[in-house]
Ligand binder design. Structure first.
Ligand code: ZN
Length: 714
């Protein structure tokens, strides 16, 4: 199965200390009575009143939020009592609730349903927020209080969660520049300002470039090879673009991939794939090459200012991996067998081209097409035969059923709740005994107003107010295949996996039980809750519950399930190679001392040549649209998916040992890992669940990457 289709941009909303979200106490003077942020929401479950929120409400709300948080900080600093955990660390944790809520709504819409006005607003608020965070992070008097508590930490009788919160608060200040002199602090502020604007611009350019390209087909002969469902989807897209009677393909994944998989027109495949991998690299107004260099230059200068060798060293200090050297060694261990596997796959595809008298050399735009042909030949399995069993609604029911089996959860649709777009579905999540857990928003299909990819975020993170849990409002946003005039949304196995993945992130938001709002989740452990969910997606016992033909209701035939299982290692060389190449590119950028001197394309080519990536494979992301690392939260952290995969593969072994629906194992996973996620060192939590640190072998087995597969295992 193709992995890492999933993108998880918005979790960073919850991870940044100043941005964890929660409902606002709206007791202060009301600057504008019409602005829904300035009064109680008055909605069921206190969800944001999307029907009332207008673009013009955000700026005054952000301004007011900044003012209120600054006042809360001033009150902590002005406290005449000596600093204590409660009056300083807990008070700091509780500051900024109003602003967090506004930003959670604003940030979510900016990614999932943006428009010109919101983009302009983001360019305005990004530097405001950067300055505000610096005003807190560089506040000397505040730092002195935090440091006083930190210095006496061993005598305070703090519990585990409090101790972790304190250590992180102190570290955040140090990493935010609290120990710098005045001149250095001034420079740091400038860098943060500039960076905030560049990252917004980078994301806007990627979106503009994604929307700018359309492959318009006018001649029916150019549809050769495409299954009727793909044709119908393209006809629908054409209609929406005002091109009735034609067919439109875009470089959004649900439109592009089926075309690359089945179009017999090699020149058109090339045109579409080129448009995809040249995004942001057209030397036009949306070109991102200069932005890449500037972002890296600023990150490197900031890292050095703070006393680190480079941005990678700065980032990794907070991760499980700790140092760039450990990440490099880990990636290298995986790269060698991956390269061999991808070379074997390329040779098999070339042989097929030759057998068919193709007379050309395999290129990147041929990979999907011949891979599908080979898959059909070897396993008699093709994407369009599978899709009818994966109707989106059925997959959703399958995930709900899984959560029922593991955790006893129930999902109740709430069609009356306000939503930000008519496509969005909203569910209340309840425990087995009917207690309210939280609310979940799901937004499934691509739009021009939405970023590409899939992610999970939300509008409120759970926390405790006066001993009472304030329930969370989570969301998942995806870019799945749309329904057509004659068929409901029938999704690919990749998309099924992505759905399980994002749902796992949402579960960790829904289950969150920390007493404090602040979470410090190591980036390279963040994919554990999401990726473990992928393991269940194609388990025969679960498929029997949800994979039903959309027309006949027939459960997916056993032979098809067996073929799916047998083909699970197929194309893993390609999938792993394109992913690892992007990880290595990410690390190369964030350890590069002087980016101003390089040419982006040449640098990228050199990194790729140095590892020996075959030319038939393009890294999963090229620099100019690598949003994870240039506008998301994964800088020097794209490796986190496969690092986390060591954890999730090992963790899933526990379920396989006890039975994949075992309630006791699920309860242990929930209480030791999911509920306290981000309130302690991740390895300590993991060991409490598993009884030992994770082993790498389950990951290598799953991807067929055993270094010496010929040697029998002990
Ligand atoms: Zn994820």
């Amino acid at each position: 199965m193709k992995r890492y289709a999933a993108v998880f941009f918005l979790l960073c909303l919850f991870l940044a200390p100043a941005m964890s979200s929660s409902p606002a106490p709206r007791q202060a003077a009301l600057p504008s009575p019409d602005n829904p942020f300035f009064k109680p929401y008055g909605t069921p479950f206190n969800v944001p009143p999307f029907d009332l929120i207008k673009n013009e409400h955000f700026l005054p709300a952000v301004e007011e939020g900044i003012k209120r948080e600054q006042a809360e900080i001033d009150a902590i600093v002005a406290n005449p009592e000596p600093p204590t955990f409660e009056n300083t660390i807990a008070a700091l944790d509780h500051a900024g609730i109003f602003l967090s809520e506004v930003n959670a709504v604003f940030g979510s819409l900016q990614s999932a349903n943006t428009n010109k006005e919101l983009q302009a607003l983001a360019r305005k608020t990004a530097p405001m927020m950067a300055a505000h965070r610096d005003n807190i992070g560089l506040n000397e008097k505040l730092f002195r209080r935090v440091k006083a508590v930190y210095d006496s930490r061993n005598t305070l009788k703090l519990d585990r969660e409090q101790f972790f919160l304190l250590e992180n608060a102190h570290r955040d200040f140090v990493r935010g520049g609290a120990l710098l002199d005045e001149q250095q602090k001034a420079r740091l502020r400038e860098l943060n300002q500039e960076l905030s604007l560049l990252t917004v611009k980078f994301g806007e350019n990627v979106l503009a470039e994604t929307n700018a390209f359309k492959l318009v087909i006018e001649d029916r002969a150019d549809l050769a090879g495409l299954p009727p469902s793909v044709e119908a989807m393209a006809a629908e897209a054409a209609k929406q673009a005002g091109l009735d009677g034609k067919w439109v393909f875009t470089i959004q994944v649900p439109s592009m991939t089926p075309f690359l998989q089945s179009s017999e027109k090699r020149a058109l495949r090339e045109k579409l794939h080129r448009a995809y991998f040249m995004k942001g690299d057209h030397d036009n107004e949306f070109d991102n090459k200069e932005n890449v260099k500037k972002i890296i230059a600023i990150r490197q200068e900031r890292a050095r200012l703070l006393g680190y060798d480079d941005h990678a060293a700065f980032v990794l200090e907070n991760n499980m991996a700790k140092t760039p050297a450990r990440v490099d060694a880990f990636l290298k261990q995986l790269w060698e067998p991956t390269l061999v596997k991808s070379q074997q796959e390329a040779a098999a595809l070339q042989a097929m081209i030759d057998r068919r008298g193709g007379g050309f050399k395999l290129a990147s735009w041929d990979w999907w097409y011949y891979t599908e042909k080979l898959r059909q030949e070897k396993y008699a399995l093709d994407d369009s035969a599978l899709r009818p069993y994966f109707k989106l609604d059925n997959v959703r029911q399958g995930i709900f059923a899984l959560c029922g089996k593991l955790y006893g959860l129930q999902f109740i649709e709430q069609p009356g709740l306000p939503r930000y777009h008519p496509d969005v579905q909203v569910f209340e999540v309840q425990e087995a005994d009917g207690r309210h857990t939280g609310i979940l928003y799901m937004d499934f299909h691509p739009r021009e107003s939405k970023r590409a990819g899939a992610w999970s975020g939300g509008f409120r993170r759970a926390y405790y107010e006066n001993g009472k849990r304030v329930p969370p409002v989570a969301s998942i946003v995806c870019s799945f295949t749309r329904p057509t005039a004659d068929a409901p949304s029938l999704i690919s196995t990749d998309e099924v996996e992505t759905f399980f993945h994002e749902f796992g992130h949402a579960l960790s938001t829904l289950f969150s039980q920390g007493r404090y709002r602040g979470r410090s989740v190591a980036r390279d452990s963040v994919e554990l809750p999401s990726q473990i969910m992928e393991h269940w997606a194609f388990e025969p016992e679960l498929l029997a519950l949800y994979a039903k033909h959309y027309k006949t209701g027939e459960v997916i035939p056993v032979e098809l399930v067996e073929k799916l299982e047998k083909s699970s290692l197929f194309n893993q060389g390609f999938i792993t190679a394109e992913y690892l190449a992007a990880c290595i590119l990410d690390m190369a950028w964030h350890t590069l001392p002087n980016p101003a001197a390089v040419n982006v394309r040449e640098f990228e080519n050199k990194v790729i040549a140095d590892i020996g990536l075959i030319p038939e494979i393009v890294p999963r992301y090229r620099s100019t649209y690598f949003s994870h690392i240039f506008s998301g939260g994964y800088a020097a952290g794209y490796y986190a998916y496969i690092w986390s995969e060591v954890l999730d593969c090992d963790a899933y072994e526990a379920f396989k040992e006890k039975g994949i629906f075992d309630r006791t194992t699920a309860l242990s996973f929930r209480t030791n890992v999911l509920e306290p996620f981000g309130t302690e060192e991740p390895m300590a939590q993991y060991v409490r669940f598993r009884g030992a640190e994770p082993k790498i072998e389950p990951l290598l087995r799953k991807r067929g990457l055993e270094v010496n597969p010929a040697k029998p295992r002990q």
